[in-house]
Design a protein around this ligand. Structure first.
Ligand code: A3P
Length: 313
């Protein structure tokens, strides 16, 4: 929920103490708690973080933007509501995964309160910035998905340009920077929800500390053996598949239903906008591992200082 922030003196005072920069696409960012958040949502993010009351059986799907959030949402909804799938009644047929699993920081807090229990909620907020009520006080579980840095960068670039994200809602912003400069800014860590390294590391450490509470997934692993991870996610969520379900092909049906090739041809995902600025179709682009090679040179990849020959982050 976007909010104007010119009427609250305390908020304005806080803003004055924080660093502000622009993302490569022109989107104004503010650095809070070591992470870059979109300025236009900053006030509502802060108030949601303060007010959110987790329930012990909540499931939080966490990710860095463009790491497979939409896929994870589709899978979690399908696993939790798999009885509906057999009757051809999957909610994915009529609703985009983001409608079914709202964002903690972007969607209406009242909507979150009224979700059916157990609630499934998503977030791009870093582990460190999650409300203490989630990190320390509740038993709610977290599934985190991460993805190769360069694929994430390339995916976000397409998404942002396609939706003119940096130019805001009125097309009045500055033109986005070119690929080289954009990668440079990404390397500096000034990036929506960044830095990506700290984002991934925060959830990785939380997973190491308590693997029963934080499941850590890689997009590439999911691509390689989706059925295996669907089973793993289901067991983590507390809804393991029975042998009978396995034999009946329920797992394979969930894999098929949630595949990008299936989701992108559903009428509900082909047209319309999501949160009034994002074209729903832009959520389903290619879904390929290593697509960065089609856009970035080996030198550009090396500028990130990591070995990108494998799929690691
Ligand atoms: P590409 O832009 O590389 O194609 P997020 O959901 O976090 O915004 O991530 C978006 C990326 O996930 C996009 O990657 C998108 O195409 C891909 N994606 C969306 N739905 C998917 C699905 N069902 N299976 C695999 N990848 C999917």
């Amino acid at each position: 929920m976007e909010q104007k922030h010119d009427d609250d003196p305390n908020f304005l005072l806080l803003l004055q103490t924080l660093d502000q920069q622009k993302n490569w696409d022109g989107c104004p960012l503010v650095e809070y708690n070591g992470f870059w958040l979109p300025l236009r949502f900053f006030r509502s993010i802060l108030s949601t973080l303060k007010q959110f009351k987790p329930e012990n059986n909540d499931l939080l799907l966490a990710s860095f933007p463009k790491s497979g959030t939409t896929w994870l949402k589709a899978l979690a909804v399908s696993i939790a509501g798999r009885n509906t799938i057999a009757d051809g009644q999957s909610p994915l047929l009529n609703s985009n995964p983001h409608k079914l699993v709202p964002f903690l920081e972007y969607d209406d807090p009242d909507h979150l309160k009224h979700l059916p229990s157990p609630r499934i909620i998503s977030t791009h907020i870093s582990y460190k910035t999650l409300p203490e009520s989630i990190r320390e006080e509740s038993e709610c579980e977290i599934i985190y998905i991460c993805r190769n840095l360069l694929d994430t960068f390339v995916s976000y670039r397409h998404f942002s340009l396609d939706n003119k994200l940096g130019q805001g809602y009125d097309d009045a912003g500055p033109p986005p920077l070119g690929l080289d400069e954009a990668l440079d800014i990404f390397c500096q860590g000034i990036y929506m929800s960044g830095t990506i390294w700290d984002h991934v590391l925060g959830y990785w450490k939380a997973h190491l500390e308590d693997p029963q509470r934080v499941l850590f997934l890689k997009y590439e692993d999911l691509q390689e053996d989706t059925s295996f991870y669907v089973k793993k996610i289901a067991a983590f969520m507390g809804y393991p598949f029975s042998e009978e379900e396995d034999k009946q092909g329920v797992i394979e049906e969930i894999v098929r239903l949630c595949s990008i090739n299936n989701l992108k041809i559903l009428e509900v995902n082909k047209k319309g906008k999501f949160r009034s600025i994002v074209k729903t179709s832009s959520l389903f682009r290619k879904g390929e591992v290593g697509d960065w090679r089609n856009y970035l040179s080996a030198d550009m990849a090396r500028s990130l200082g990591t070995d990108h020959e494998d799929n690691g982050v």
